[in-house]
Design a protein around this ligand. Structure first.
Ligand SMILES: NC(=O)c1ccc[n+]([C@@H]2O[C@H](COP(=O)([O-])OP(=O)(O)OC[C@H]3O[C@@H](n4cnc5c(N)ncnc54)[C@H](OP(=O)(O)O)[C@@H]3O)[C@@H](O)[C@H]2O)c1
Length: 285
């Protein structure tokens, strides 16, 4: 395996382009074991969120890993119920405590609802005090994205959205590039959709390169310049997903995978339902 890739963010910090996502991992042993295994395999980037309720397990696994904190890149996310300029700063202090760290590498606003402008100001304040190194957005894709991009003193370092070969987000990536904002792909493997993993185009490339379909799709994300953090608790999949630094997809491979763009999204909740459902969920401290 050759060296994992890094991206330089618009803040100057380096972020491993490949990490582990811990969405839907149970707090406690499941998350703890997954993060310990990932760090052992060479992963140095973990994507969590307050809403996932497993930040404390991520923090414990990192603390017990014996690795230097500076070697690991932690992303977490503020939930809309803790938005607001003051509220978000209080929430950040609680995050630092749960994660057992004195800084967060990348902090995102998880959803584009509620007082997101106030929360963004709170994140900017946390950058100034050194509690947070880089800030960004998640699930901002409409005029609210432009509102933050144009108003923010500190431009978002990253935008985390649904992205996979069925919905490659090329226009959005081009739209944010002038701000130095990088695109992060969630549901990079289509949330494990067997239809995506068994696409003939992907199988053919995988066979030629002697890799699995998941490895080909993850490599596609990297070569598009996207940040990626597939979720798995299976150590075999975890090792497999990290073993993608020794192949290069050709321009023909990239073009072949681009033909899978069907506009299909897995997450289709309306903005009205997001406002209603997300504000009703209050993650525990
Ligand atoms: N910001 C947001 O709103 C948002 C939303 C969703 C997700 N995310 C982030 O994105 C991360 C990834 O998203 P996700 O977990 O939902 O989707 P995903 O990574 O696309 O898919 C995960 C699924 O793929 C399977 N899988 C993983 N590696 C595999 C492999 N090598 N071969 C076959 N199957 C494999 C996993 O099953 P096994 O466990 O059996 O391997 C799991 O069921 C999350 O953990 C989270 O950090 C963010």
């Amino acid at each position: 395996m050759t060296t994992p890739l890094y991206k330089t963010l618009n803040t100057g910090y380096h972020m491993p382009q490949m990490g582990l996502g811990v969405y839907l991992m149970a707090p406690g042993q499941e998350t703890y074991e997954a993060v310990r295994t990932a760090l052992h395999l060479g992963y140095r980037h973990i994507d969590t969120a307050h809403a996932y309720q497993n930040e404390a397990s991520v923090g414990q696994a990192i603390a017990d890993s014996g690795l230097n904190r500076e070697e690991i890149f932690i992303t977490t996310k503020l939930w809309p119920t803790e938005y607001g300029e003051q509220e978000s700063q209080t929430a950040i202090d609680k995050m630092l405590n749960r994660l057992q760290t004195d800084y967060i590498d990348l902090l995102l606003l998880h959803q584009s609802i509620g007082d997101y402008i106030g929360a963004y100001k709170g994140m900017e304040a946390a950058v100034k005090t050194g509690k947070v190194r880089s800030i960004g957005l998640s699930n901002f894709e409409d005029e609210r994205l432009d509102e933050v991009l144009t108003k923010a003193d500190i431009k978002p370092a990253a935008l985390q959205v649904e992205a996979h070969p069925y919905f490659p987000q090329d226009d959005l990536a081009a739209h944010i590039a002038p701000y130095g904002t990088v695109l992060e792909s969630w549901y990079p493997l289509g949330h494990g959709d067997p239809a995506l993993l068994n696409e003939a185009v992907v199988l053919k490339i995988a066979e030629r390169l002697n890799k699995t379909p998941a490895q080909v799709i993850l490599r596609w994300h990297l070569q598009k310049g996207y940040i990626v953090f597939p979720k798995t608790t299976n150590p075999v999949h975890m090792a497999e997903n990290f073993n993608i630094f020794d192949i290069t997809l050709t321009a023909e491979d990239m073009a072949a995978i681009a033909t899978l763009n069907s506009g299909k999204r897995y997450f289709t909740m309306s903005m009205a339902d997001r406002e209603k459902n997300f504000m009703a969920y209050v993650p525990a401290d």
